[in-house]
Design a protein around this ligand. Sequence first.
Ligand code: GDP
Ligand code: MG
Length: 322
Amino acid sequence: MGFFDRFFNKEKKQDLDKGLEKTKTGFFEKISKAIAGKSTVDVEILDDLEQILITSDVGLETTIKIINRIEARVAVDKYLNTAELSTILRDEISDLLLENNTHDLEDFDTDGHKPQIILVVGVNGVGKTTSIGKLAYQFSLKGKKVMIAAGDTFRAAAEDQLKIWADRVGCLFFTKGMGADPSAVAYEATQKAIKEQVDVCIIDTAGRLHTKLNLMNELSKINRSIDKSLPGAPHEVLLVLDATTGQNAFEQCRHFTETSHVTGLILTKLDGTARGGVALGISDQFKIPIKYIGVGESIDKLQVFNRKAFIDSLFSKSDSSL
Ligand code: GDP
Ligand code: MG
């Protein structure tokens, strides 16, 4: 590993630690309170822990799984020490995440398909456009030829915002202007990506329509146009979810995955929220990998989601508060 990589990894770890700070503090402070004055893990502590996990937005199903596992351990060791609770919790959460089918992605394999077409979906305000800018930046840094396309044709501002990212990154930009048919944008952007021999083309979409049904129909139409333009594309459909919305993120995930073929998730705004537990629940409940996490607004604050790094960060040093 070269100096640059080491430096870069250290920076990334710091971003992740900083991003998860609020989640971590909230979570461990509550646990410390729950076990204060107790030496062994009892029913009351387990009840409190269940409550803490739920209020940390881990989600009911995943919380129950974790509690059942800890209960099984308590059943074997009646005098389980509260000091060990953090370690056990960490073990159980790690196991749970390793058991589901998500796998860490180093990167998109852009060599397989050229151009690689990525469609980005999600409701308004979750961070689609920003994440596209950040992704384009990462691909550009790797020497890829990148194009981003303004498929959110609802507002002029949406197009401008994407254009600013394209200029910042120094990548190609495709637009048909405000009010254009998003499916036509997607079709033509894909054609242009082929013609310009682009490695990765990322297509933005609008997150708002009058009804959910309209939005889902629109997205199906966009998908079909891309496939018509380049059979087999889009190669990735990334659903963007905002971690700060907690349970709403679960709802949105359910909706979008029921109606479109989502291949991966981007969980944004982990910084500044105590609701990072969303990552655990979503990763466990939906059999769709979280591919990227947003840990800040700036261009370099999007990371490939690595479960081990995530758990390490979540459980680092705050353990001492137990
Ligand atoms: P879109 O409507 O889904 O395209 O959302 P935008 O990309 O316009 O983002 C909405 C807001 O969320 C903007 O102010 C972004 O700067 C902010 N944002 C996006 N991702 C992150 C993130 O990871 N962390 C933080 N703190 N803000 C983010
Ligand atoms: Mg947008």
